[in-house]
Design a protein around this ligand. Structure first.
Ligand code: PMP
Ligand code: GLN
Length: 380
């Protein structure tokens, strides 16, 4: 038999590659983004209780009503923004499925989708799987600021969607109110859909505010917002998330959702609906991770790595150009194998692996792990 690959140039995701390499060489794993500490036992017990109570069969297709209501309440509390639980919120198997489903519901062959590079690695393959064309806009290290004049030159009648991600993985930048207003102005009076990936909405530092697409009326009416409970509640392995959008967009989303997953984990939805009632469970996340960022940066401040403090997410991007002239993939392999600390090369999120000598460390780790890693990084 002969097959023609739909994604002939696609490599295995860097997160699997680097975690496997870290494991093989027994390196401290600051590469793939996940915490090395437990999620709250209270939440775990709520899952066990839901199982005991018999919630072990299919959940309703868009998610349990209780969880959708709790999500709607959170939008109201945080952003004074209304999403109707019955028609504008769908619970998904992580943000990845929400992103896949939103893109698949709308992108046809030859449609153009504007993506900012570095871009989280599931966006472009999903666009291409649907026959769409990713139109890349490269952001330059170390600020990764968006040049909106350049965006205007890339947006045309062919543009079907623009994907934004704030707080941004892997750079740790956040979009400002002015950025969102620029996006609002560019998309006004068009049919462009915005996919706003906000999985780190609760992890924003210092005096920054998360600028959700739902805060901007022109954006809200054309936006899918994607979120991840895994990032918020320290349980990435549960693969739970959700998607919100106005009803007309969500109608199309659901048509795809019902046949790529139908519905997602029932006992976890029951548990999350209860756990979300206490807003401290997500409001305390920013200070929790800010302390980790501050610790990590204080520990490596005299190293040869250069950085400006991350403004959001649990990632820190650093420049290693004072240490090596190797490209970032080779540097990360060397760092893992020879020095025992794994990181993510940022070029893999750029078009044609454009190398800016930047790598990403994940600081969602115990203080002890961060200290051990810093001891090594300071000697390089
Ligand atoms: N978007 C971004 C920017 C991410 O960093 C991640 C990883 N959490 C995802 C989407 C996917 O989230 P999930 O693990 O919930 O599928
Ligand atoms: N979002 C995580 C990161 O950026 C990884 C998710 C995954 O491994 N697919 O590291």
């Amino acid at each position: 038999m002969k097959h023609t690959s739909k994604l002939p140039n696609l490599e295995t995701t860097i997160f699997s590659v680097m975690s496997a390499l870290a494991h093989k060489h027994n390196a401290i794993n600051l590469s793939q983004g996940y915490p090395n500490f437990e999620s709250d036992k209270t939440l775990q017990k709520l899952v066990a209780k839901a199982m005991d109570n018999g919630y072990n069969q299919y959940a309703p297709m868009p998610g349990t009503f209780g969880l959708r209501e709790a999500i709607a309440k959170k939008f109201d509390l945080l952003y004074r923004s209304t999403y109707h639980p019955e028609s504008e919120i769908v619970v998904t198997a992580g943000a990845t499925q929400a992103i896949y489903t939103a893109i698949t519901a709308f992108i046809r062959p030859e449609d153009e989708v504007v993506v900012f590079r570095p871009a989280y690695d599931c966006y472009v393959p999903t666009i291409e799987l649907n026959g769409g064309k990713a139109i890349s806009i490269q952001l330059e290290a170390p600020n990764y600021a968006i040049n909106w004049d350049e965006v205007k030159t890339k947006v045309s009648y062919k543009t079907k969607m623009i994907i934004v991600n704030t707080p941004h993985n892997p750079s740790g930048t956040v979009m400002s109110k002015e950025d969102m207003q620029q996006l609002e102005a560019i998309t006004r009076d068009t049919n462009i859909i915005v996919l706003s990936d906000e999985v780190y909405e609760h992890i924003v530092f210092d005096d920054e505010q998360h600028q959700s697409a739902c805060l901007f009326p022109e954006l809200k009416k054309r936006s899918f917002i994607t979120a991840s409970f895994g990032k918020t509640f320290h349980n990435t392995g549960w693969k739970m998330g959700y998607c919100c959008a106005p009803k007309d967009l969500m109608n199309e989303f659901v048509k795809v959702h019902q046949f790529n997953v139908f519905s997602v984990n029932h006992p976890m939805q029951k548990a999350l609906a209860v756990y979300l009632q206490n807003e401290n469970h997500y409001l305390e996340l920013a200070s929790f991770f800010q302390a980790k960022r501050d610790l990590f940066l204080e520990l490596i401040k005299d190293s040869k790595f250069k950085f400006s403090a991350s403004k959001g997410t649990y990632f820190q991007a650093v420049d290693y150009s004072q240490i090596s002239t190797q490209n970032d993939e080779a540097f990360c392999k060397w760092l893992t194998i020879e020095k025992g600390v794994a990181a993510i090369p940022i070029s893999v999120f750029n078009k044609d692996k454009y190398d800016q000598k930047m790598i990403r460390f994940c600081f969602a780790k115990t203080d002890d792990t961060l200290k051990q890693a810093a001891d090594i990084l300071n000697q390089i």
